[in-house]
Design a protein around this ligand. Structure first.
Ligand code: HEM
Ligand code: HEM
Length: 225
């Protein structure tokens, strides 16, 4: 009988926990909603969408420290050298061996999260010269609020570019490497070589506590600032 090569025998491994997956598809929805509500000049809904995104980002920052192994910043942020070495293999067709974000993807995740934090932070200090201003605009003064509003607009263009790059990267993995990264972001499960270990997944109770803390903080920001 032939011995199958351990790298070609695959087994299902849970790599993304439910909170991280819900976080991801919720931010996709809310970035779109934030853009749309501004286009429609529904600034009441724009603020609401911004605060919801704030809550999600607070949750993700907590989860990046206390959450499941694959969501922790400490586990997916690797040296820039490793990221470059990883990208050298982009055009090589091979099975997915990554338990979480790969070395290059980790930096993209950090970039996307940072841009979103800046977008919410600057939104709080912006004004539209007519009717609305973020709750912190009165503290920074009109001139500074105008400048921060410009940053809010420029940063959104950076978000558009980063999201485009992000989607191109996901497509590149599908086309060049034959790896479907989207399905695991929906189901949580990757098919990995049989020798791959299962990452630690944080308890749902911890997730509930993190979600509750983030919701309370974002609600306080929305109602008390
Ligand atoms: C507004 C649009 C989007 C934003 C802001 C965004 C942001 C992010 C972030 C922050 C992560 C890291 C997840 C985490 O660890 O918390 C991520 C991962 C991921 N996103 Fe998106 N995303 C967007 C749209 C999309 C779309 C449209 C797709 C599908 C085509 C997609 C596919 C993925 C996949 C597959 C991963 C996991 C990558 C990996 O395996 O390392 N994203 N995204
Ligand atoms: C609580 C959070 C937020 C607040 C309080 C807020 C507030 C504002 C305000 C007051 C403006 C008007 C500024 C102007 O017309 O120059 C604005 C514009 C805008 N906001 Fe937000 N925002 C928030 C979050 C977001 C988020 C999360 C996004 C997208 C991811 C976003 C995207 C935009 C865009 C695209 C504009 C139009 C910029 C332009 O081209 O003039 N905002 N926001």
């Amino acid at each position: 009988m032939q011995n199958p090569d351990a790298s070609t025998v695959l087994r299902p491994v849970k790599v993304w926990d439910l909170p991280t997956r819900v976080f991801h598809w919720s931010i996709v929805l809310l970035v779109f909603t934030s853009w749309l509500t501004n286009k429609l000049n529904r600034m009441d809904l724009h603020f609401l969408s911004g605060y919801a995104l704030m809550g999600l980002l607070i949750f993700r920052l907590i989860w990046g420290v206390l959450g499941s192994e694959t969501s922790r910043f400490g586990s997916f942020l690797q040296s820039p050298g490793k990221a470059v070495r990883h990208l050298r293999h982009l055009f090589i067709r091979e099975p997915d061996r990554e338990i979480g974000h790969n070395a290059a993807g980790g930096w993209m995740v950090l970039g996307l999260l940072t841009l979103l934090v800046v977008q919410v932070g600057t939104g709080l200090c912006s004004n539209d010269d007519i009717l609305v201003e973020g709750p912190l605009a009165k503290y920074v003064g009109k001139d500074m609020s105008d400048k921060i509003g410009t940053i809010h607009a420029i940063n959104f263009q950076l978000i558009e570019l980063a999201v485009l790059a992000h989607i191109c990267a996901v497509l590149a993995y599908a086309v060049f490497k034959g790896q479907n990264l989207v399905r695991p972001m929906i189901t949580g499960i990757k098919r990995l070589p049989i020798a791959a270990r299962s990452p630690n997944i944080a308890s749902p109770i911890l997730a509930a506590l993190a979600i509750a803390s983030a919701t309370i903080l974002a609600t306080l920001a929305a109602t008390r600032l």
